[in-house]
Ligand binder design. Sequence first.
Ligand code: FAD
Length: 471
Amino acid sequence: MKKKIAIHWFRQDLRLQDNPALYHASQHQNVLPVYILDDLNAGENQMGAASKLWLFHSLSSLSNSLNGKLFIANGNPIEVFQNLTQEYEIEAIYWNRCYEPWRIKRDIQIKEQLFSIGIEVKSFNGSLLWEPWQVQKKDGTPYTVFTPFYRKGCLNAPAPRLPYNLPEKLNLCDISNLDANIKKLDLLPQIPWDAEVIKSWEIGEAGAQKCLTTFLEHGIENYKEGRNFPAQQSVSRLSPYLHFGEISPNQIWSACMGREMTDHMDHFCSELGWREFSHSLLYFNPDITYQNLQSKFDTFPWNSDLTLLTAWQKGQTGIPMVDAGMRELWQTGYMHNRVRMIVGSFLVKNLRLHWKHGERWFWDTLFDADMANNAASWQWIAGCGADAAPYFRIFNPVTQGQKFDPKGHYIRRFIPEISALPDKYLFAPWEAPEHILQEAHINLGKTYPLPIVDLKQSRINALEAFKLLSL
Ligand code: FAD
């Protein structure tokens, strides 16, 4: 007789606490926890190199928490499940819902196929405070502007559920899975970039909890203003943990609600609201990763000079605030939000390169690369998204640096070759007199690049080009 089991399929919920699907699966006598790397259905939405690196460590951590009993496979999930039916009687499969269009399409098909062979699927909300269809305008259409979405829609909808407890009992099946262990998923990068980049992170569920506690104890008290200053420790850095589901938004929300509701706390909660908004945009506009939300941008004459793109990617544009951001990304797998806006605006407006180039580079290099947040944010920066920045909003990387990194700590950390410059010239080294450059051991064009564009002229050109769209 085949052994009866229920499967919990881990996807973007790599945690044991507040895991609704796992909690319900645990009511069964035997539970098989499964992770499947599915590059096949993902197609061009396969995880980027940084995400795969994070996943490697996150799966190792999850597997430890499950006493090594996580069953890991690589391939088409329906085939993995069909193979498991050869040996086991599968009573049901549990999962928490995902919202990327390719996963929704795949999950619907899998559900139908499993149903046709008598296996029930039970799905839950484990990743969002409010699912997209719960927050819509009175006329039943989705919101396209953030403030009413969050203040009118989310905050008037039923409050997010409280976190689930850990399952009281979890009888895990022990399947020998030596053929497909984590190393065989081929998640580690080909170039030796990973050793340094993961140093700033404790990946996994325990790391996520520590990150939340540290932020609520030290970061939140100055969040509203401090979140703009990249050298300060005033943001949570919870984004990769949220993306991989090592922590749920409900755990964060509930921890916030248990504390004093200051302006800082309210602002932080509204940032979680932006995450909900992006997911709603993606759900109702599944093409958002490659299609301008405003079609008038379809004919925009983008620049095709890819040498500019390479300089941007490498943090070699000669504009310190931009280069510091791009190097932070490369060195830590993360970039501060203020700087994401600066480097994004520079790419799209000053270089006039298509926002998709930026979206793809972030997808490959960010630990928190997230289809909804990334695509919605890039469209916002380019001005073609929902509730987007108007075309004339062009961030000036020099004044942004002077305002938000006034002592130059952030720039000096990531661009050591110009760290000896006095603050006055740090944000625009090309304006420094020759003797100042010499004293700081800088040979512009050799030890640090000259600017790849003229900021003033490229701004004027961008304004003219973008203005034509709004006529
Ligand atoms: P905190 O300020 O501590 O905010 C807490 C949480 O709120 C974040 O972890 C995140 O989940 C959410 N959040 C904050 N700001 C935003 C926002 N603008 N949009 C959506 N959610 C938000 N965020 C990603 O998670 N993945 C991405 O791929 C991503 N790509 C981006 C690309 C561009 C061009 C820009 C401008 C922003 C992008 N963001 C992305 C949004 C934002 O920059 C990050 O969520 C934030 O910097 C993460 O740092 P944190 O956790 O310290 O944020």
